[in-house]
Design a protein around this ligand. Structure first.
Ligand code: SUG
Length: 449
C-alpha cells in the first residue's frame, strides 16, 4: 500500500472574525451583514473539526490567521498617523474599507492556494500558488502573508515550491483550491488536476454570469497549470454553469467536491457536463484510476438547497478500508430533503459510506463550510516528514490552541467594535505568541516592520 496521505490544513479563525457583508455573490455573507459575531466560538468550532478528524486518524494541520486590521493596506489607501490614528480615520471616513481590512477571511484556506502534488509536476516537487483573490478587496490583501506562512511551513525547497500569486488583476482572478480538485488512484502517484473557471477574461466566446461575478478566470487556471509544470494529459478544464453562479455558487466547491477517484457533484455544476465527466474518466484511466461520478439530480436537491445546506462544501475523506466519509455542516441536517438524500447516499453501497456532521455556524454565516476551511495537500511519507512539525494537529497542540484562543479572543464583535484600536493590539499580541507555538518565524507585517 502507498505511504501517501492527503493532509488537510485548516485555517485557524482569527481574532477579528466578523460579519461585514463583503462578498457580493456569496448570499450568506451579504445576508448576515452587521450581525454580531463570536470570534472565540468560531475559532473553537474550527479547532473541534480539526481535532475530530485528527482523532479519526487523518493527517491534520493548521494554517495561521493574519494580522488584522491590515494597517499597511489602510496606509496604502492614504490613512496616516499612528496605527490608532489610521484606524480612527478609516472608521470615520471609510468604515466599509476598515471592515474589509479587518476581515478574518484568511480562515477559508481552500482559497489560500492551488496545490499540485509531486506526482503531477514536471520537477517532482509539490507546487503551491497562493491565490490572488483579486475579486474582493478584503481577500486580495491575503496573498503576501499567505505566501510567507506557506514558505514557513513548506520550507524545504528541494521538495516544495511556493510561487508568488498571479498578477493582481481581474484577467487573472484566482481563487485557489476552491476551484480545483485533484483525482488520482494513489495520493502520491500521477493524478488528474481539474480546474473550474467562471469565465474567460480574453475569449468572448465563453458565456458569463449576468448577476454575480465570476471570480475565477480560465486564464488564471492555465497560468497555474504552467507554473506547476502540469502535463496536458493530466489536466481538465471546465466552466462552471453561469446560472449557478447567479444562484449563489460563488466557488465550484459550493456545487462539487472530489476525492481520489470520486466526484460528488450536482446535475448543474458544469457546462457540457457529460463531456467534462467523460474527459475526467478518460484521463484518470490513463493514470490507473477508475472515475466514479456521483451526480445529484436537481429533482432531489435543488441548486438553491445546495447553496443553503452547503451539501457539496463537504469533505470526502478516505477511510483505511477504502470507503469515504462525508463531512458536512449541521445545516445539511436542517434541510429535510438534503438529509434524506445523504441517508440514501450512504446506504447506496457506493464509495461514500459514512456521514460526520459539524457545527460550523460562525463560519457558515459568512459562506464558509467544512471544505472552505481546509487546504488539501497530498504528500508522500518523506514529504510529510519535511513539513514544519509544529503546525501538525495533536492532542497537545489542540490544548495549546484552545487555551491561546481563551486568552486572546473576544466572544462578541459588533460592527461598531471594528473602530476599536485595541483590536489590533489584541490581534498582534495573539499572533506574536502564535508564531512561537507554530514555529513560523517572521511572517506578519508588524514583525517585519
Ligand atoms: O470569499 N466569505 C468568503 C467565503 C469563502 C468560502 N470559501 C470557499 N467556498 N472555498 C468569500 O466570499 C465574507 C466576509 C464578510 O462578509 O464579512 C467572506 O469573505
Amino acid at each position: 500500500m502507498s505511504q501517501a496521505f492527503e493532509v488537510n490544513f485548516d485555517g485557524l479563525v482569527g481574532p477579528t472574525h466578523n460579519y461585514s457583508g463583503l462578498s457580493f455573490g456569496n448570499v450568506a455573507s451579504t445576508g448576515n451583514q452587521r450581525a454580531a459575531s463570536n470570534p472565540k466560538l468560531a475559532a473553537k468550532q474550527g479547532l473541534a473539526k480539526m481535532k475530530a478528524l485528527h482523532d479519526l486518524g487523518f493527517k491534520q494541520g493548521v494554517l495561521a490567521p493574519h494580522e488584522r486590521p491590515d494597517v499597511a493596506s489602510l496606509r496604502q489607501l492614504g490613512f496616516g498617523g499612528t496605527d490608532a490614528q489610521v484606524i480612527a480615520r478609516a472608521a470615520k471616513e471609510a468604515p466599509a474599507i476598515l471592515a474589509a481590512a479587518t476581515s478574518a477571511s484568511c480562515m477559508w484556506t481552500a482559497n489560500a492556494a492551488t496545490v499540485s502534488p509531486s506526482g503531477d509536476t514536471a520537477d517532482g516537487r509539490v507546487h503551491f500558488t497562493p491565490a490572488n483573490l483579486n475579486n474582493k478587496f478584503h481577500r486580495s490583501i491575503e496573498h503576501p502573508t499567505t505566501r510567507r506562512i506557506l514558505q514557513a511551513m513548506f520550507a524545504d525547497e528541494s521538495r516544495f515550491a511556493v510561487h508568488a500569486a498571479l498578477p493582481a488583476q481581474m484577467h487573472f482572478g484566482d481563487e485557489g483550491a476552491a476551484n480545483h480538485t485533484r483525482f488520482c488512484h494513489e495520493y502520491d502517484g500521477a493524478g488528474v488536476e481539474f480546474f473550474v473557471f467562471g469565465a474567460s477574461a480574453f475569449d468572448t466566446r465563453y458565456p458569463k454570469p449576468a448577476r454575480f461575478p465570476a471570480r475565477q478566470t480560465l486564464e488564471a487556471c492555465h497560468a497555474v497549470a504552467r507554473l506547476h509544470g502540469l502535463k496536458e494529459e493530466g489536466v481538465v478544464y471546465a466552466q462552471q454553469d453561469p446560472d449557478t453562479i447567479d444562484a449563489g455558487v460563488f466557488h465550484n466547491d459550493v456545487i462539487s467536491v472530489g476525492n481520489r477517484n470520486v466526484l460528488f457533484h450536482h446535475e448543474k455544476s458544469f457546462l457540457q457536463q457529460q463531456d467534462v465527466l467523460d474527459e475526467l474518466a478518460r484521463k484518470l484511466a490513463a493514470v490507473g484510476g477508475q472515475f466514479v461520478p456521483i451526480e445529484v439530480p436537481q429533482a432531489e436537491v435543488t441548486v438553491e438547497e445546495a447553496v443553503k445546506s452547503y451539501l457539496f462544501n463537504s469533505q470526502l475523506l478516505s477511510r483505511a478500508d477504502g470507503k469515504m466519509i462525508i463531512v458536512v455542516p449541521e445545516e445539511c441536517r436542517n434541510i429535510e430533503r438534503v438529509w434524506a438524500y445523504l441517508q440514501k447516499l450512504v446506504h447506496s453501497g457506493g464509495p461514500i459510506a459514512e456521514i460526520r456532521v459539524f457545527d460550523l455556524k460562525q463560519s457558515m454565516q459568512n459562506g464558509g463550510g467544512p471544505a472552505c476551511l481546509r487546504l488539501r495537500v497530498a504528500l508522500s511519507a518523506s514529504e510529510i516528514a519535511a513539513v514544519n512539525p509544529n503546525v501538525m494537529m495533536s492532542e497537545a497542540l489542540f490544548g495549546t490552541l484552545n487555551a491561546w484562543v481563551d486568552r486572546h479572543y473576544r466572544d462578541r464583535l459588533a460592527p461598531e467594535d471594528l473602530a476599536d484600536p485595541q483590536l489590533l493590539v489584541e490581534c498582534r499580541t495573539a499572533l506574536d505568541e502564535l508564531t512561537g507555538i507554530l514555529g513560523l518565524g517572521m511572517v506578519y507585517p508588524f514583525q517585519l516592520a
